[in-house]
Write a protein that binds this ligand. Structure first.
Ligand SMILES: [Zn+2]
Length: 273
């Protein structure tokens, strides 16, 4: 019996000491920015429309892009997630859309959710709302686009993917929005400026996070990606703009300012050209 226990302990120690297999994504567990208390939510910008939402009980990955397809940069291969949420099957939002041509950045055990519905992952409640991809794109898959609402720690965080103008039912289904991730760029790839304003007016987010714009330091050619503008020209006409130094920011329900703030995240240092 003693020998069996000793063997078991030896095996357990060997397992604990073994490095994780290289295909399993890992994060640095000592990163203090990601050690959260209940009531805190961290939003981590990866690049383009890809973010992770971290809470005390879950890590969710939204719209992971395929490496070097249209966008000129690589998806970081070591991002852990408890579940992946995808708005629509374009490869700048769904690394899996290229069906095996590129390795996906999560393990097969991780749930990948694409369809409208209600979900729960750890302490985060998620609602997928049926939307419509902005014109003229996405006709090859019926212009489906799932708008994701994440509720955690008293905050309501919305990622619209590449949705076009919101319908009345969309706005009603979303209800109060605290933090909104919205595609905005100077070439109006997804939304016209007037459409951006209409969505801001309908949802009144306390924090607006622009996404889906050209990242000049990650692109190798001035004319790439085709048709995608930068964010600077739009920001120049805005008030209450905060340029964050860090790609991870922590929020609590009590910390939001009454006025709308535009929070501009840098991309993750883990993304490379
Ligand atoms: Zn897109």
């Amino acid at each position: 019996m003693k020998r069996r226990l000793a063997l078991f302990l030896l095996a357990a120690i060997a397992l604990a000491a073994a490095p994780p297999p290289s295909h399993i994504p890992v994060d640095d567990p000592s990163d203090p920015r990601l050690r959260l208390q209940p009531g805190e939510v961290a939003i981590e910008s990866i690049a383009h429309s890809c973010f992770r939402i971290h809470s005390a009980g879950a890590r969710l990955l939204i719209d992971p892009f395929a490496s070097r397809m249209w966008l000129g940069y690589d998806f970081p291969p070591t991002l852990a997630a408890d579940a992946v949420f995808i708005t629509h099957p374009h490869y700048d939002h769904d690394a899996d859309a290229s069906s095996g041509m590129r390795p996906v950045p999560w393990t097969p055990a991780v749930r990948v959710l694409r369809d409208p519905g209600s979900y729960k992952v750890g302490d985060i409640t998620i609602t997928g709302i049926r939307g419509k991809h902005a014109d003229p794109w996405g006709k090859e898959f019926g212009q489906t686009n799932t708008i994701w609402l994440f509720e955690v720690a008293g905050l309501r965080i919305v990622h619209v993917g590449d949705n076009g103008p919101l319908t009345e039912p969309n706005v009603r289904a979303l209800g109060r929005v605290d933090i909104l991730m919205l595609p905005i760029d100077a070439k109006h790839h997804i939304l016209e400026d007037s459409e951006v304003e209409a969505i801001r007016k309908a949802l009144h987010p306390r924090i607006l996070i622009p996404m889906h714009y050209r990242l000049p330091d990650l692109e190798s050619a001035a004319d790439k990606p085709e048709g995608l503008g930068e964010i600077g020209p739009w920001l120049a006409g805005q008030q209450n703009v905060i340029q964050l130094d860090d790609n991870i920011a922590t929020f609590t329900a009590g910390s939001l300012l009454p006025a709308q703030v535009i929070a501009v995240f840098p991309h993750s240092p883990r993304v490379h050209r």
